[in-house]
Design a protein around this ligand. Structure first.
Ligand code: I3S
Length: 130
């Protein structure tokens, strides 16, 4: 089998819709605020964009289309299936950065969340070996 560290980073790219909430910032616990995000993995960085539907009136503006809500550096991060006490939702991943920021990532469709779990894990392994 191919070691995931051997996968070129150019293949570690993905985009799609996920539900996410940030639950800690610099080790400080935050109140959950679940929202859908257009999510992009590129160059070892996971970027969550703001949901245009979440703006008043639901208008897509230049700003909310372009401005990321969170950018997450995956180098040194860990990803695992969240324990039941973290959320009542199904298919929840917990992503912890090396700077002490934690995110929950969720999607009801198994295949979609499994694919994200795999590519985030493969990316973290790849970055470990750089
Ligand atoms: O960890 P919690 O406090 O049970 O998380 C829930 C809250 O964030 C809740 O918001 P309010 O505190 O405004 O009621 C959300 O609506 C829930 O979705 C959160 O729980 P889940 O189990 O869905 O992550």
């Amino acid at each position: 089998t191919v070691n995931s560290a051997d996968v070129p980073q150019s293949q570690l790219e993905k985009a799609g819709i996920l539900n996410k909430t940030k639950i800690a910032d610099n080790g400080k616990k935050l109140r959950k605020n679940w929202a859908q995000s257009w999510t992009v993995l590129h160059g070892g960085i996971l970027t969550f964009y703001k949901d245009p539907k979440s703006t008043p009136g639901g208008y897509v503006t230049k700003t909310n289309q372009i401005v990321p809500e969170f950018t997450v550096e995956l180098k040194g991060a860990t990803v695992l299936w969240a324990s039941k006490d973290k959320s009542s939702k199904k298919n929840v991943l917990e992503l912890k950065t090396r700077h002490g920021s934690d995110y929950l990532i969720q999607y009801d469709t198994d295949t979609i969340i499994y694919d994200w779990h795999k590519i985030i894990q493969d990316t973290i392994k790849h970055l470990d070996h750089e």
